[in-house]
Design a protein around this ligand. Structure first.
Ligand SMILES: [Ca+2]
Length: 150
């Protein structure tokens, strides 16, 4: 009788733990966060491809397993959106999303824009899942200089 009574209590504990885990978006996403943003390219903002690519957002996977990023969105406060292609970010790996044009690799992705996205005077980069659920964000102001670690 004692064992039968103990079982439902144990099942209840397990269910609660699972719910708490799923309720934390960062954990559900494998711990992907916006790690570092270089919002003010070095030198003059001359709109050259080199300068555009010196503006970037770096994301990091703090989790112990790879995360598929396909369809995830990176956006600014003006709602300029970048949709991730079919790529995965490995465990403890970094990926930079550059503003300008280039060929995507495992570590560097390109928005293929001809204008800057991240405002030098202050902005917020937000990373969401395809359904719009927020995964991470990073804000900065002019006081941060040219880049910000979040
Ligand atoms: Ca900028």
């Amino acid at each position: 009788m004692r064992i039968r009574a103990a079982l439902p209590a144990l099942a209840g504990t397990v269910a609660l733990t699972a719910t708490a885990f799923l309720a934390t978006p960062a954990q559900a996403a494998g711990g992907v966060t916006i790690y570092h943003v270089w919002f003010d390219s070095p030198g003059k903002d001359d709109r050259s491809n080199k300068s555009l690519n010196a503006e970037w957002v770096q994301i990091r996977n703090n989790g112990s397993s790879a995360v598929a990023l396909k369809g995830w969105i990176l956006k600014d406060t003006s709602n300029h959106k970048y949709t991730f292609p079919n790529v995965k970010i490995g465990a403890h790996k970094l990926i930079k999303v550059h503003t300008g044009r280039g060929t995507n690799t495992a570590t560097d992705l390109y928005q293929n824009r001809r204008a800057y996205v991240w405002n030098n005077t202050g902005d917020t980069a937000t990373l969401t899942k395809p359904n719009g659920a927020k995964v991470s964000s990073c804000s900065w102001t002019r006081r941060d200089g040219s880049d910000k670690y979040c």
